[in-house]
Design a protein around this ligand. Structure first.
Ligand code: HEC
Length: 273
């Protein structure tokens, strides 16, 4: 009797295991595709950002992404600080002045008589604003999905830079038999493979790069790389400083080790073994 029960239990256990295994296999079709592993200029202990690339990346953010995504942790003045895109002071001020920021009038009113939000040109101290007045409005415009703030998105997702690049270049037609929900778009790098963000970078030359020497053609791939670089800088604006400090610390430690070793030799040189 006992042995029969054990056998039965074993059978049930096996059925469960294989049942689940089957389920996992079936779900694999929806499993997130891991991000493409890219080579970035800021990789490694000596890696730095490419200024031109960060400037192009800001342009892509401004002209494409900013119509849905805010970046509340970044101020315009950051655009001219060392370690970032390093726009000149004058360029940065012009960029800020070109953006409209919601404001209040003398009476503390946010809207005029017609219910239109009061706005003023941006200054160096303003942060990148949200294009929507609140979350409800943002969801209403985006099939009830909320476009997240992009200030630290590359830190908020595992393997963030590679993920953002892969997401931006990961749109395609759904495979046969894939049931795409209405209003969603197929993207192999997003959980469940469907995302509420329409492909933001969809055609080459969507953004016109200044014809500076060294500015590459604005292909979808290039724009995706550039905006990823910009978002990576925004997520860690002091990265270059941190790496430079790291190198200095290592040099200091090597010198200190040499000094200590010399002192040790000096102190013990007359002691017989
Ligand atoms: C038309 C509006 C719109 C534009 C333009 C847009 N996005 Fe989005 N984005 C969304 C929405 C909506 C979501 C939320 C998607 C969801 O949850 O299904 C989103 C989500 C994201 C996410 C988060 C994905 C995640 O893992 O949660 C990233 C990263 C992103 N967008 C980057 C960008 C970048 C970079 C650009 C510019 C090149 C851009 N978006 C342009 C609407 C937009």
């Amino acid at each position: 009797m006992g042995a029969a029960m054990t056998k039965l239990n074993l059978l049930v256990a096996l059925a469960l295991v294989f049942g689940f295994a089957d389920k996992t296999l079936a779900e694999d079709a929806h499993a997130v595709k891991p991000p493409k592993q890219m080579k970035w200029s800021w990789d490694g202990p000596f890696g730095q950002f490419d200024r031109q690339q960060l400037q192009r990346g800001y342009q892509v953010y401004k002209e494409v992404c900013a119509s849905c995504h805010s970046m509340h942790l970044v101020s315009f003045r950051n655009l001219s600080q060392p370690g970032g895109p390093e726009f000149s002071e004058a360029q940065m001020k012009a960029i800020a002045a070109g953006v409209q920021i919601n404001t209040l009038d003398d009476k503390g009113e946010a809207f005029d008589d017609k219910g239109v939000a009061l706005q003023r040109p941006g200054t160096a101290a303003d942060r990148f604003p949200s294009p929507f007045s609140n979350e409800l409005a943002a969801r209403a415009a985006n099939n009830n999905a909320y476009p997240p703030d992009l200030s630290v998105i590359t830190k908020a997702r595992p393997d963030g830079s590679n993920y953002v690049y892969s997401l931006l270049t990961g749109y395609s037609d759904p495979p046969a038999k894939f049931e795409l929900l209405p209003g969603l778009y197929y993207n192999a790098h997003f959980p469940n493979h469907q995302i509420a963000m329409p492909q933001p970078l969809a055609t080459d030359d969507q953004v016109t790069y200044a014809p500076n020497a060294g500015n590459p053609a604005a292909t979808i791939d290039q724009m995706a790389k550039d905006v990823t670089a910009f978002l990576t800088w925004a997520g860690e604006p002091k990265m270059e400083e941190r790496k430079q400090m790291g190198v200095k610390v290592i040099i200091f430690l090597v010198l200190l080790a040499a000094l200590l070793y010399t002192a040790y030799r000096q102190l013990w040189k007359d002691v017989d073994h």
